[in-house]
Design a protein around this ligand. Structure first.
Ligand code: SF4
Ligand code: FES
Length: 216
């Protein structure tokens, strides 16, 4: 059982534990979007960067496995600046529609923006890439591609849990977006779970839309 240290706290964890999961056992939350405990590791959002002693560059905590004697820091200025930069990047094309978004109040972007962002966008509103909004993609779900941060949690859920694979990434670069295949709407018994799997307001539930605020 390896012993590792995070932010000065030592902890023993079973072999095969990631830094992100090990940190959770001592109450340290490392920011994350693409990580989900029940899904495979994608490592694509880059929010979980941490300093690991003897590693020249920051590492992603969700795909770095604890080894005996490892020393990790998640609370340094270097980490903070990196996470702030990642968040600014993720928000470049994000619409400013929090006041009418059903995810408001429990949105991963809002939470980490308050913790790491609080920046003014350096990207002019007219330069943002606008993707399709309010798409009925079947089942219980409405897709707003403009709000998606491309974390792939929904894709992995449909591949690994329901086995139906209805969602995929299309296009490239800043035009990349999540979508269903033509004439293949969501078709499984668990579509409602996608609203929970999505860490932002890109996949919302038809039942819940505009009926209530989460804090009420
Ligand atoms: S729709 Fe949500 S869960 Fe799917 S990739 Fe986009 S942000 Fe992630
Ligand atoms: S949570 Fe680690 S890269 Fe997304």
């Amino acid at each position: 059982m390896p012993t590792f240290t995070i932010n000065g706290i030592s902890v023993d964890v079973p072999d095969g534990t990631t830094v992100l999961e090990a940190a959770k056992t001592v109450g340290i939350e490392i920011p994350h979007y693409c990580y989900h405990p029940k899904l495979s590791i994608a490592g694509n959002c880059r929010m979980c960067l941490v300093e690991v002693e003897k590693f020249p560059k920051l590492q992603i905590a969700c795909n770095t496995f604890v080894t005996d004697g490892m020393v990790v820091k998640s609370n340094t200025e270097k980490v903070r600046q990196a996470v702030t930069g990642v968040l600014e990047f993720l928000l470049i094309h994000h619409p400013i529609d929090c006041p009418i978004c059903d995810q408001a109040g429990e949105c991963g972007l809002q939470i980490y923006y308050m913790d790491y962002g609080l920046h003014k966008s350096r990207y002019a509103l007219q330069d943002k890439v606008h993707k399709k909004k309010v798409q009925d993609i079947g089942g219980q779900i409405i897709l707003d591609a403009e709000r998606c941060i491309l974390c792939s949690r929904c894709i992995r859920f449909l591949q690994e849990v329901t086995g139906t694979s209805e969602l995929e990434f299309f296009q490239r670069g800043d035009h990349s977006e999540i979508s269903i295949f033509p004439d293949r709407p969501l078709d499984n018994q668990y579509t409602g779970n996608l609203a929970d799997i999505c860490p932002v307001g890109a996949l919302t539930s038809k039942d819940f839309r505009f009926k209530c605020r989460v804090w009420m």
